[in-house]
Design a protein around this ligand. Sequence first.
Ligand SMILES: C[S@@+](CC[C@H](N)C(=O)[O-])C[C@H]1O[C@@H](n2cnc3c(N)ncnc32)[C@H](O)[C@@H]1O
Length: 292
Amino acid sequence: MDCLVVGDIKFNARFAHPIFMKDSDCVDFLQWALPRLRLRWPGFRRVRKQVCKRVDRRLRELGVPDVESYRDFLEEHREEWSVLDSFCRISISRFYRDRGVFDYLREEILPTLAATAHASGDHTLRCWSAGCASGEEAYTLNIMWNRCFSSRFPDMRLAIIATDSDPNMLDRARRGCYSSSSLKEIPKNWLAEAFTKADEQFCVKPDFRDGVDFICQDIRLANPEGRFHLVLCRHLVFTYFDNELQQDMLRRIVTKLESGGILVTGKQERLPIEPVNLRPCHPHLGIYQKQI
Ligand SMILES: C[S@@+](CC[C@H](N)C(=O)[O-])C[C@H]1O[C@@H](n2cnc3c(N)ncnc32)[C@H](O)[C@@H]1O
């Protein structure tokens, strides 16, 4: 199911009329379907419109008259569950999202990680941005490193692996061009220094793209090779996945961390369990350190 391309399902002309699903029908449907995908309804409550719109469009594509019939369709066509799963990817992101988190990374986390890695003879600081959307988080980190640390740690480099299961998001990430709404939290001087402007789009300059690799990967099925000093897993696992899957993912992520490495979750997210080998670094920012 890595990076799904929607399969060949026949259009049924019999029901080819417009369908505008009621919100309450979509809510009932999602409350039925999400647990079957190991996803959790509370994560989707506020962003359900994105998913409902896609489901509505799918009903029309298939010529299915209503969401009840779509349930039947799902029961009869197992492959359709992957299509529905792909509709449940919420793609909201922006540069420097949650300013306090990135300020703390800049002031406390990155200098400490870099100094510790350097002292142990490691010249690459390895980071994983999991569920990277269009690359906003990964580029934020890379720009931060270039501006604030590359001259302080001249013989160290930052290497970022950014993964997402949505190939369209990754295409946009590789293009690296954004509208101003994605950039409203970024420090003003970064904008001038790290982007070029063309046709109302701001594109990350090549110097600030170097060191970021985008990989299409479903976090449930595969993870990048190696271990990381820093893992950002924000607004994905701990918002949308069900509790048991969150626990599985958390264990897996912790094994991908170097000892002393840092896990950053979303500011509002809670860990499903408190693994004995993780300690909170900050009470409110969702930042944890793997015990040495
Ligand atoms: C809400 S965005 C979060 C982006 C970024 N981490 C942030 O906090 O701004 C969630 C991203 O996770 C991706 N995603 C959803 N399910 C995924 C999965 N199973 N594996 C990998 N990525 C997934 C979506 O495509 C989307 O780009």
